[in-house]
Design a protein around this ligand. Structure first.
Ligand code: SAM
Length: 338
């Protein structure tokens, strides 16, 4: 009995891990597959199944020590993503397809993608031109950073889930700014979280905005999301918002020097936060108040810059919001506190 409970707990934990920022996948079955000896897959006379491919790919990725920081967090989740995308399966459809046989042609495609991932270290999201966030698909290419912000989870938890601290009633949020929008992923998730809102999505990079435009169109949100090019708030005139969300560049000089090979494929301007990482966050803090309604609020991701930020603003009452995979990386401030 105790053993059964332990196994169930382990499967549940794995399922949580795999589903983290993408959508739920076949975590439990995938975990079971990892326990089978590799020979059983290689020696098969019939075509390998989806599950066999996930298991083989995960093993290859693990051995090659690729870095998982681009929307998947471990070899199994990344293998499931590669196999699923190759076969046209969304993450939440993989579990039901685990026993499906894979054609020779698709098997070859999967093997080639895994080898490309290992050889080039290019993030799988760029190889496949897609990443999922909170279950939604986004087109991505090297003109913009791969979506992986913690703010997506916070929009779901702190504006929707009544079991968590509710920062605002989502129905009352009508004007949102997504500053440093990149692929537009957070603006699009905000459109889902705040059904009555129109959203401005701003970025300095014309390349990133071209990707955002494609995503806005793919999600049919042209009437609700306006894309704006400019340096932070400069192109927004006197606009005011109920909510500003931002995942700005926040990597400090030391972090920039130590980025993994995978990150070299992403635009440098998506990371570079100056010497102490908070060059842009400082500017956001100084200007956000002028763009928020009196009862508005600012939600901002700062990665590992919390100590630098608290040292620079010792009196600022940052409310730090944790997620499944982060602690103290996103803060909330009321307009009245800015
Ligand atoms: C960390 S990425 C975040 C992208 C997207 N919001 C996400 O979460 O995936 C930061 C973005 O800020 C943009 N950026 C950099 N400097 C900027 C500036 N001065 N003004 C506006 N956007 C800027 C970059 O082009 C990049 O798209």
């Amino acid at each position: 009995m105790a053993k059964t409970a332990k196994v169930a707990r382990r499967k549940a934990a794995t399922a949580k891990k795999v589903s983290r920022r993408a959508a739920p996948t076949s975590a439990a079955k995938v975990r079971q597959a990892k326990k089978k000896p590799i020979k059983s897959v290689v020696a098969k006379t019939q075509p390998a199944t989806v599950l066999d491919h996930i298991r083989t790919a995960a093993s290859r990725l693990r051995k090659a020590r690729v870095v998982f920081a681009h929307g998947t967090t471990d070899p199994v989740a990344e293998a499931a993503f590669i196999v699923g995308e190759t076969l046209g399966l969304r993450p939440d459809a993989i579990e039901d397809a685990c026993d499906r046989r894979v054609t020779k042609a698709d098997s070859a495609k999967i093997r080639e993608l895994v080898e490309q991932r290992v050889r080039t270290r290019k993030p799988a999201a760029y190889l496949l031109n897609r990443m999922y966030m909170r279950g939604l698909p986004f087109y991505v290419d090297e003109r913009t950073i791969v979506p992986r912000s913690f703010i997506g989870e916070i929009l779901d938890d702190h504006f929707g889930d009544e079991a968590s601290l509710q920062l605002r009633d989502p129905a009352t949020v009508t004007r949102v700014l997504d500053l440093c929008t990149g692929s537009g992923c957070l603006a699009i998730l905000a459109a889902r979280a705040f059904p009555n809102a129109v959203i401005d999505a701003a970025d300095l990079s014309a390349d990133a905005l071209a990707v955002a435009r494609r995503n806005v169109m793919d999600h049919g949100l042209e009437r609700r999301i306006r894309l704006v090019q400019g340096d932070l708030f400069t192109a927004l005139g006197g606009e005011r918002y109920d909510l500003i969300i931002s995942n700005p560049p926040y990597v400090d000089a030391e972090g920039m020097a130590g980025l993994p090979r995978e990150c070299a494929y992403e635009p440098k301007m998506a990371f570079d936060g100056g010497a102490d990482g908070i060059a842009l966050v400082r500017r956001i803090l100084s200007d956000a108040g002028a763009h928020l309604d009196d009862d508005g609020g600012l939600l901002c991701e700062v990665g590992r810059c919390r100590p630098a930020l608290e040292a620079a603003y010792p009196r600022m009452p940052f409310l730090w919001l944790d997620t499944e995979e982060s602690e103290g990386e996103v803060f909330w401030l009321e307009a009245s506190q800015l």
